[in-house]
Design a protein around this ligand. Structure first.
Ligand SMILES: Nc1nc2c(ncn2[C@@H]2O[C@H](COP(=O)(O)OP(=O)(O)OP(=O)(O)O)[C@@H](O)[C@H]2O)c(=O)[nH]1
Ligand SMILES: [Mg+2]
Length: 321
């Protein structure tokens, strides 16, 4: 297939087409995703997360420019779970990263929740594979770290850069709630503002409360707008990646995310089959019988499973219930 050949050669238009297909019609996209899978697994995936406006895009932009100077091919996926419109998300990030998109070896894509509510994690994983197969060596995934959905998204990354900044009021509370433990490297950006040192101390104290691990997440400071501290962030990232590779941690992480991916896909598939094959009326009847104690839930679930398996095997939409 032409589009696959083009993608593997690094063609940006082929990549854009495939990502649109992922967003619009996943079943169709799966045909291609299956074929590119053998060509994936090469890229290093770095999650960039933190509260809104802390400088995630500015840091990504700076890191990308540094990597480009060394010839590294970079992919950037900016996720905006709050935006229902991909177009809107795209515009915002395009403006910020305008000069980057002029570089043919940098591929930037924004994703909103439009059309695949709940499936953003799946779409992101597919997009990572597309960028990986097209030859990107480092892929940044930027998400606003506020809730569980975002945590799930960055879990697919090999490592997570957790960014924060001084002066957010109750700063530490924001990053405390659940997302703290996903940071492998911490960055306090906007170090040109007051309160930077205090925030660093607070984060370090919080990290000290965690059980001792071989990798102690470092807390770095940057002024992303002027590039101060970015080199240090870059070196720390690669130091961590080589630590992961040497310690077997990368293999472990990827095994875990593959496990999660398979289980998520399986659950989703059976969920769809359930809706397809178990008729609503039939389900209502079953529920009534269980309430009336004519049947028990356990037997019923076994029977429904049998129906699903048979229907799946026959591939019939209207299995006779
Ligand atoms: N003073 C100061 N401003 C900064 C610094 N880094 C980024 N900014 C500014 O902060 C604003 C937000 O930066 P972004 O990089 O867009 O932040 P973000 O985290 O990607 O924002 P969202 O994607 O909207 O959550 C921009 O106006 C930047 O110019 C910094 O180190 N110091
Ligand atoms: Mg941003």
């Amino acid at each position: 297939m032409e589009i696959l050949k083009e993608l593997l050669k690094g063609n940006r238009r082929a990549a854009a087409k495939l990502i649109s297909l992922v967003e619009d019609d996943f079943t169709q996209a799966e045909i291609f995703l299956k074929q590119i899978y053998p060509y994936t697994g090469q890229a290093i995936v770095i999650g960039i997360t933190g509260p809104p406006g802390v400088g995630k895009s500015t840091i990504t932009d700076r890191l990308t420019k540094n990597l480009r100077k060394q010839g590294t091919k970079v992919g950037i996926i900016a996720i905006d779970p709050t935006s229902p419109f991909t177009g809107g998300a795209l515009l915002g990030d395009r403006i910020r990263m305008q000069d980057l998109s002029a570089d043919p070896e940098v591929f930037i894509r924004s994703m909103g929740t439009r059309g695949f509510l709940g499936g953003l994690s799946k779409a992101t994983q597919a997009t990572i594979k597309i960028l990986d197969a097209m030859g990107k060596e480092v892929i940044f995934v930027e998400t606003v770290g506020v809730g569980q959905a975002e945590v799930d998204i960055v879990r697919v990354a090999d490592m997570v850069l957790l960014i924060t900044m001084p002066g957010m009021g109750d700063d530490i509370q924001i990053i405390k709630a659940g997302i703290m433990e996903i940071g492998d490297v911490f960055v306090v950006n906007k170090a040109d503002r007051d309160g930077c040192e205090r925030l660093i101390t607070e984060i370090e104290m919080m990290l000290a409360l965690k059980p001792e691990t071989k990798w102690k997440p470092p807390v770095l400071k940057t002024i992303a707008t002027s590039g101060t501290g970015i080199k240090d962030v870059e070196e720390t990232i690669f130091h961590y990646i080589s630590y992961l590779k040497d310690s077997g941690g990368l293999e472990r992480k990827r095994k875990e995310s593959t496990r999660k991916e398979i289980i998520d896909l399986l659950r989703e598939k059976w969920g769809i089959l359930f809706n397809q094959y178990i008729k609503k009326d039939f389900l209502e009847e079953v529920i009534t019988r269980v309430i009336q104690r004519k049947e028990d839930p356990y037997t019923v679930v076994n029977r429904l499973s049998d129906i699903l398996i048979k229907s799946y095997k026959q591939g019939e939409k209207d299995y006779d219930q």
